[in-house]
Design a protein around this ligand. Structure first.
Ligand SMILES: Nc1ncnc2c1ncn2[C@@H]1O[C@H](COP(=O)(O)OP(=O)(O)OP(=O)(O)O)[C@@H](O)[C@H]1O
Length: 239
């Protein structure tokens, strides 16, 4: 079953058409990638899928229900993390997680907070203020917050941006393990082609606000006569 089905999304900001025609599906347990050059419309697409902005046209179905008509219900089954979203800097790690656990109206908030602290190895940091964390540590808190409600779809906008290769590699391993263990689907944007090759079952390539190619990394490389996804990216981005 498709967890997410978006069809012919369009979004304009005044004279700018950020998204012209984006259709994509994400299946149960699938890790899907959204790739494309700067300004291709990736974040705008994610923000429509999250109900943060409304498409000018097109449709979004999550878990078989229309987002526009079942907003509260479907949004409670997904979560989001992005490198550009800051969590309150004066709060301590456990306070941030406690606050979101309550916001999500979890049945056993304290227990779930303890579980994600363990999962993301945040125990030694739980009393640290957010402002005193490194980028890699902050990313782990973002992901812990995003896993609080055990989402069936986790949407990640550049989850490893700003991380050094070691921290990025740890986060990728963790996300891969999470998707395998929980069976939850993920939709990820990234400019790191090796990350996408390693993590994503299926890739949607955006350019100029349109999906111009979709398939696995291997299928795309074959279709474009390319060695790897990096070469596919260059061929697609340069038309
Ligand atoms: N709120 C807004 N108002 C006006 N234009 C916007 C707005 N948000 C996005 N845009 C424009 O829409 C286009 C798509 O932007 P978007 O952020 O979706 O691209 P992106 O693929 O996520 O890029 P990047 O890889 O740089 O993050 C860009 O031309 C951008 O300038």
């Amino acid at each position: 079953m498709a967890i997410l089905r978006a069809a012919h999304l369009v979004k304009r900001f005044g004279a700018i058409t950020a998204v012209r025609d984006v259709s994509l599906t994400v299946g149960e347990g699938e890790v899907a990638g959204l790739l494309g050059p700067n300004g291709a419309g990736k974040s705008t697409t994610l923000h429509m899928l999250l109900g943060l902005i409304t498409p000018d046209s097109g449709s979004i179905e999550l878990f078989g229900r229309e987002l526009a008509r079942h907003r509260t219900e479907v949004l409670s089954r997904l979560n989001f993390a992005a490198s550009y979203v800051d969590l309150p800097s004066v709060l301590r790690v456990h306070e941030v997680l406690d606050a979101f656990a309550r916001l999500y109206a979890l049945r056993r908030p304290a227990r779930r907070v303890a579980e994600v602290i363990e999962l993301f190895e945040l125990g030694p940091l739980r009393k640290r203020q957010m402002m005193a964390l490194s980028s890699g540590q902050r990313t782990r808190v973002q992901l812990a917050k995003a896993m609080l409600n055990a989402p069936r779809l986790l949407i990640l906008d550049e989850p490893t941006a700003n991380l050094d290769p070691d921290a990025g590699d740890r986060i990728r391993s963790l996300l891969t393990r999470l998707s395998r263990e929980t069976g939850g689907a993920m939709l990820i944007t990234s400019h790191n082609m090796r990350e996408v090759e390693r993590m994503c079952d299926r890739i949607h390539f955006l350019s100029g606000g349109r999906v111009v190619a979709a398939g696995s990394a291997r299928e795309l490389a074959g279709r474009y006569g390319a060695e790897d996804l990096e070469e596919v990216f260059l061929k697609v981005a340069r038309g």
